[in-house]
Design a protein around this ligand. Sequence first.
Ligand code: IMP
Length: 179
Amino acid sequence: MTQRPYVIDEMISAKAIAARIETLSREITAEFKDTDKLVVVGLLRGSFVFIADLVRELDLPIEVDFIEASSYGDAQESSREVRILKDLRSAIEGRDVLVVEDIVDTGFTLNHVITLLQSRKPARLKTIALLDKPSRREVDIAADWIGFEIPDEFVVGYGVDFAQRNRNLPYIGKVRFTP
Ligand code: IMP
């Protein structure tokens, strides 16, 4: 399928993202200050840049793990039915866990992953999302920490893709289709 032409308008600069991560990391470090080892779980693939920057600001003993849920594929719409494509390597029973998501949109993905991980009885399970689109929500769920609330726009960059492109942009930009 050929992609309609589009341009990307910067929405959140790399500098603004870094500053926000510093603030959030201080809050997360305070929340988990007594942990023996926090399991930081990145939701593949969109969170890989965010988790890399976030963990380097956490002043805590941590381990990093990943889980992959089915996503949009090449479309711009959520599929609603979430499947786990790759599960965690670590057992999380009795452990402190922080789930790192790129965007909470309809909420189906985060809701599914949280329900699954809660069933494994972690000691504490918290969530962080870089971006939140509350106006798109279909499932009543909120992340414990949010980087930025954004309007209903399709965004790319900083790990987030459009049909597997633009993940390597250092900032968050919105996709604007051109005639
Ligand atoms: P949800 O299940 O509808 O909340 O969708 C969450 C997932 O959809 C995110 O982890 C992203 O991978 C993807 N997604 C949501 N909005 C966007 C967007 O604006 N650009 C790219 N991917 C998005």
